[in-house]
Write a new protein. Structure first.
Length: 296
């Protein structure tokens, strides 16, 4: 049955106040308009909804039945409106972020802390995946934004990136097991040592393999893991030479040193990206504004 929502809205106000005049004040309508709306609704439903007298108005049994359904519906609509208003003013809502374990640990935590303190009622959900898989989450609309290493082969033309900072990838080793600190190594020579690196599903792995291919070399790593922290731990005990972003190197890593390479590796970037085909929440916009641009 096609009945205008406004008719039910008028019914709700008359039913809660049991007064046509009071309902008209709440709705900013004339009393005659309220009365006419109720008559139209009764005609469409073919039921009498109110018993009118000179002193008071009361619901008929049919009116009481209808009110049992209209009241929770109106409350749900009001709650939905309030949540949208809260979200737009950041008094509520949700922030969904996708990021790798490394980026979460070494970059995002201070900004998540700042955002949570400033907007404590916004629910923060962080999905931890590799940068490549995070791009897939963004495409599917499962996250609002991602913070990822760049280049990222999984980012598409609809993913709008903004550069946050620049970093370099380095090889680190324990000087006791690999006494190479004073040498400048070629990739070909480095290839003869056990290389520890992230697995193939990472942007870091894509990058390193491309650097070796550029020199017509085939990289066969000794160990592939999903954690830069584990790679550093294994390098510390001398299991191999780890390839990690420079910002992951621990400050207390006196037993480790950065190898010098003859072939210079280009810098990579960390970016924040969102899907321009999907609406961006106010919380997401505000969080991105907290992240400093590279030029800053």
């Amino acid at each position: 049955m096609d009945i205008n929502y406004e008719l039910y809205k008028v019914f709700y106000h008359v039913a809660t106040t049991l007064s046509f005049s009071e309902a008209s004040k709440q709705l900013f309508l004339s009393q005659s308009a309220v009365s006419q709306s109720i008559k139209i609704l009764e005609k469409k439903l073919n039921q009498k909804l109110f018993i009118r007298s000179t002193k008071k108005v009361r619901l008929t049994p049919d009116g009481e039945t209808l009110f049992k359904y209209i009241e929770p519906a109106m409350n749900l609509i009001r709650q939905g409106e309030n949540q949208l208003l809260e979200a737009s003013s950041l008094g509520g809502g949700q922030l969904r972020i996708g990021a790798s374990d490394t980026i979460c640990r070494y970059y995002l935590i201070p900004y998540l802390n700042q955002f949570h303190r400033q907007y404590p009622h916004v629910h923060i959900k962080v999905t931890n995946q590799t940068s490549i898989r995070c791009a897939g989450l963004l495409e599917q609309g499962q996250v609002d934004l991602i913070v990822t290493n760049y280049p990222n082969s999984a980012l598409t033309s609809t993913h709008t990136p903004r550069i946050l900072n620049e970093f370099h990838d380095v090889f680190v080793a324990n000087r006791e097991f690999f006494p190479l600190e004073s040498e400048i190594l070629t990739l070909q020579r480095l290839q003869s040592y056990p290389i520890l690196m992230l697995d193939r599903k990472s942007t870091t792995s894509e990058f390193l393999h491309s650097m070796f291919r550029r020199s017509n070399l085939d990289l066969v790593p000794e160990i592939e893991l999903s954690s830069n922290e584990l790679l550093i731990d294994l390098a510390r005990i001398g299991l191999g030479i780890a390839f990690v972003p420079d910002f992951c190197i621990p400050k207390d890593g006196e037993d480790l040193f950065v190898l010098q390479l003859k072939e210079a590796f280009p810098a990579r970037h960390m970016v924040v990206a969102y899907n321009e085909n999907l609406p961006l929440s106010q919380a997401s916009r505000q969080f991105m504004e907290m992240l400093p641009r590279m030029a800053d």
